[in-house]
Design a protein. Structure first.
Length: 405
């Protein structure tokens, strides 16, 4: 087993920049940080003053093997799926395949019959294995507390890493009046998940849905509300409940009609991303053009200042331009720039894509750089702590110590 010894690097450990300028990895793990001498016969990698980061974590996706491959090309070594399905055998295959990102999944969310995301399924078609209705498969739904508890039990048994619940009446999705599960039913599912030791993450993109999610005791939010700017009341409630938020700023921007063509035009992206995804970046949801994106940025700034944990996530799903503005892997870098635009420091933004999601999702083996942790690493030229855009200046990527071509 040949070791790899990286020299002349800045090392951001997921929380802060270290004094160390070297890192050694062997097998699947980091073995030393700051060692002066390389192990005998180690491969030497000269970082030439670049910055070594933990592999990035996208805290909100809907993914597939192909999408996991796209993600890894951009240094995203773990994707956290918020709606999708994997068999245990598929999960094992993903875990052991160092050519794609790793995945954790909620599997299928608690949702109302004909509720969100049913309104999107026609657009997704054959791209989404969870769409299914065109193949004669109906997405499971719940309408009573007993059904909610049974849903949680079934998907916990199937290997869900956490539970997702949809609280979406459709206004910001351009489909006002969608059915929504009542609070008593959601609360039964949340309580059952907690009994089983699983976190619950809510889809809630309006302030009213966010308050409902708080009332039933969820652990995290997969979106930030975009219909209003956060006020002191909701900021205090989210802080006091210790709820984390994945604001998904890139997709919020898309909902308001803004594409990400600038990302598709960036040569650092165009050379790594397939054409269908480049086309998707140039598309947009445009279902809530009346929204004010600056209000969303202001909300993120206020929540972060109040101590609410902010996680980087994209809501990337399938390459369909009508669901555009986001792509696996590339859009994590866009999200980092938007978090900085919202007022987070580059250091805080990088933590939002590394150590913070690792802590909030109990991923104790990743999200940081330290001896004994997974050698999931991203080496970039320049210093993203000075200018966050340097995260796209990718020099090398390792997944469990395996360097990607």
């Amino acid at each position: 087993m040949t070791a790899t010894h990286i020299t002349n690097a800045r090392v951001f450990d997921g929380r802060q920049l270290l004094d160390a300028t070297t890192l050694t990895m062997e097998g699947q793990a980091v073995t030393a940080v700051g060692a002066l001498d390389a192990p005998r016969d180690a491969e030497i990698v000269d970082a030439r003053g670049g910055c070594l980061l933990p592999g990035l974590i996208d805290s909100h996706v809907h993914t597939s093997v192909d999408s996991l491959r796209e993600a890894l090309r951009f240094g995203v070594t773990t994707e956290l799926e918020m709606q999708g399905y994997w068999t245990p055998e598929q999960r094992t295959d993903v875990e052991n395949d160092d050519t794609i990102a790793d995945v954790r999944s909620a599997l299928i969310a608690m949702m109302a019959k004909d509720g969100h995301p049913s309104e999107l399924m026609g657009d997704l078609g054959e791209h989404d294995p969870a769409a299914g209705e065109h193949k004669g498969w109906q997405m499971p739904s719940v309408s009573t507390p007993d059904e909610a508890r049974a849903h949680v039990q079934a998907f916990a048994q199937a290997g869900a890493d956490y539970i997702k619940v949809m609280i979406e009446e459709g206004t910001v999705m351009g489909h006002a009046g969608l059915p929504v599960i009542d609070s008593t039913t959601i609360k039964a599912g949340v309580d059952e998940a907690h009994r089983l030791g699983l976190k619950v993450i809510a889809h809630a993109i309006t302030l009213a849905a966010t308050r409902q999610a708080l009332d039933v005791g969820v652990d995290g939010l997969a979106h930030l509300f975009i219909d209003q700017r956060a006020d002191d009341s909701i900021i205090g409630a989210l802080r006091d409940a210790d709820v984390f938020i994945t604001p998904c700023l890139a997709v919020s921007s898309s909902l308001m009609g803004r594409d990400a063509a600038h990302l598709a035009d960036d040569p650092r992206v165009a050379g790594r991303l397939s054409q269908p995804w480049l086309d998707t970046l140039r598309g947009t949801f445009n279902s809530y053009p009346q929204g004010t994106f600056q209000h969303v940025l202001d909300s993120v700034a206020a929540l972060h200042a109040a101590g609410v944990d902010i996680l980087a996530g994209t809501d990337a799903s399938v390459p369909v331009p009508s669901h555009g503005g986001v792509a696996h892997g590339a859009s994590v870098h866009h999200e980092l720039t938007l978090l900085v635009r919202a007022g987070l420091s580059p250091q805080a933004a990088l933590a939002a894509a590394t150590s913070v999601p690792a802590r909030r999702f109990d991923l104790s083996d990743r999200g940081r750089i330290a001896p004994g942790l997974r050698a999931d690493l991203l080496l970039v030229d320049g210093n993203p702590l000075d200018a966050i855009s340097h995260t796209l200046d990718i020099s090398a990527i390792w997944r469990r110590g395996v360097r990607q071509s």
